[in-house]
Design a protein around this ligand. Sequence first.
Ligand code: EPU
Length: 337
Amino acid sequence: MIEIKENFSLKKYNTFSFDVKCSYFSTFSKVDELKELIIIHINNKYPLMVLGGGSNILFTTDFEGLIIQSIIKGVEIISETNEYVDVRVGSGENWDEFVGYCVQHDWSGIENLSLIPGFVGTCPIQNIGAYGVEVKDTITKVETIEIDSLNDFVFSNAECNFGYRDSIFKKELKGKHVITYVYFRLKKKSEFVLNYGNLNEELQKYNLINLKNIRQAVIDIRNSKLPKPEDFGNAGSFFKNPEVKAVKFDELKRNYPTIPSYPQGNSRVKVPAGWLIEQAGWKGKNIGNAGVHSKQALVLINLGNATGNEVLNLAKEIQNSVNQKFGIQLEMEVNVV
Ligand code: EPU
């Protein structure tokens, strides 16, 4: 049964810990409850927002409307062969608990995505990625409800239009569908992806390379670089890593020979935003209560009682100085409300 709470504090519902409120808030544990909430939104003309784990959102103000959050649970095996298993997972499952569950069952594919905050239902929206793996490579289908029509939809992997931290749910269909279930195909024969950054190095500590140890290594690397939201509110990477044309990159390389890069093919090169921000002098700096994490400059943090606007202001200052120094416009990864 749904329960709508009024004048609801979102402080515990966004990992920046901004002290904002919404007029109405409700969770839904099944598709029928979601439909009931959508009808309430339509009948009362309340603006509607779907919140996941609140780990990729920056609230600058209270939300005058209805916020809904999936608590649809369950990991159901749909089919299984000797090679793989297909599972259908409720959008309200905690992402990292699902990763842990797969590792426990010896299903591979998402172990490099350990400890990413958020829900299963939001992982396709921005195609979460880390340590050389993107979730798009394991997602087979996404089930949704279209808000305007209340119709059920199933998007194939191709129809999701996945890109780097991107999908159709962030673009053309932004705010139009609510994700209810995500389908994954996980491999029974482990194929490890270990070529990213210091993952391999971290694994030297173990005498065996298996899913459990990879998960632990990823957790240890993340814990050493990324702040825990309990210590400092944050939303992971604040900006995307920008892609520049090869000619532009060659020019940068002449001026900054140590610049790291990831060639993307089609004469484009991705450059780590964290490096650009550090070079622009921002690492460990703050403006008021909004700061740049001292161990990973791509992460902006709430040092205490920061407001969303303070963090947004810091983000804009960083964008300006990176643009001035390198001629590159950083694009925000978090959703600003
Ligand atoms: N770097 C710096 N200074 C910094 C941070 C990074 O010089 O302050 C340099 C590093 O030395 C390295 C390069 O930048 O050469 C890349 O750094 P890192 O491996 O930490 O990864 P990233 O590109 O900064 C991306 C993702 C992270 C993900 C890591 C690991 C984006 C926007 N971010 O960060 O994702 O965990 O790779 O795969 O693509 C997230 O999206 O919230 C997130 C944390």
